[in-house]
Design a protein around this ligand. Structure first.
Ligand code: AMP
Length: 220
């Protein structure tokens, strides 16, 4: 199963990607997570990327494209992959098409998470992320058992710097200006399917699993 999850920040792509990749044993490729790892390590790519990420702007195409190309060659993608947060520009989408063509592994589907702004703002302002394992929580909807501590690994939960109200506004503008056009791009290819990002994660997971069965990507 080779999928792209497309949609604005806060649509729930990361949460679904985590669950679906586990259920269907396919690689979860999140460019945001990969970039945050680089920032944490303080390597040259991370130092460059941080300047953009802190403001909610996009990291240059050349950087993310190279990163994803390399990632797609790794053996854990053999059963399939789920791209989360990539592509985000038409340039990235075209490069992805070229890369997958050269690997003879075209995309099966692109799932567009259509999500209302009030839900996005509620999710992102309340989102907390484990600084060690990346598990996503929400202060109200999905709180950890012990305040500020990850249930899974005991890591400290953090509020991402780019989940502040001002940066969220910019990320949404950037999404409209640079990413929303990909809905048309993939619809034209006949690969776009729509899901409601407003739904609870467990309901959305059921809907997506049913969609994969209808599309014969997994057995019923
Ligand atoms: P995310 O976790 O997907 O919301 O990504 C966090 C930040 O990482 C974004 O606001 C961008 O600064 C950067 N980023 C992640 N993926 C990409 C991408 N495909 N292209 C450019 N920048 C990206």
């Amino acid at each position: 199963m080779k999928l792209v999850l497309l949609g604005p920040p806060g649509a729930g792509k990361g949460t679904q990607a985590e669950v679906l990749s586990h259920t269907f044993q396919i690689a979860h490729i999140s460019t945001g997570d990969m970039l945050r790892e680089s920032v944490k390590r303080g390597d040259p790519l991370g130092l460059e990327a941080k300047r953009y990420m802190d403001k909610g702007d996009l990291v240059p195409d050349s950087v993310v494209i190279a990163m994803v190309r390399e990632r797609l060659q790794k053996p854990d993608t053999a059963r399939g992959f789920l791209l989360d947060g990539f592509p985000r520009t038409e340039g990235q989408a075209k490069s992805l098409d070229d890369c997958l063509k050269s690997l003879s592994r075209p995309l099966d589907l692109v799932i567009y998470f259509k999500t209302s702004k009030s839900i996005i703002l509620m999710r992102l302002t309340g989102r907390r992320v484990c600084s060690l394992c990346g598990t996503i929580y929400h202060l109200k909807n999905y709180p950890p058992k012990k305040e500020g501590i990850c249930d899974k690994c005991g890591g400290k939960l953090i509020h991402r710097k780019d989940d502040s109200v001002e940066t969220i506004e910019n990320r949404l503008k950037v999404y409209e200006a640079q990413t929303a056009g990909l809905i048309h791009y993939y619809r034209t290819q006949g690969k776009l399917r729509e899901a409601s990002g407003d739904l609870d994660a467990s309901v959305l997971k059921k809907n997506l699993t049913a969609l994969f069965q209808r599309e014969k990507l997994v057995s019923a």
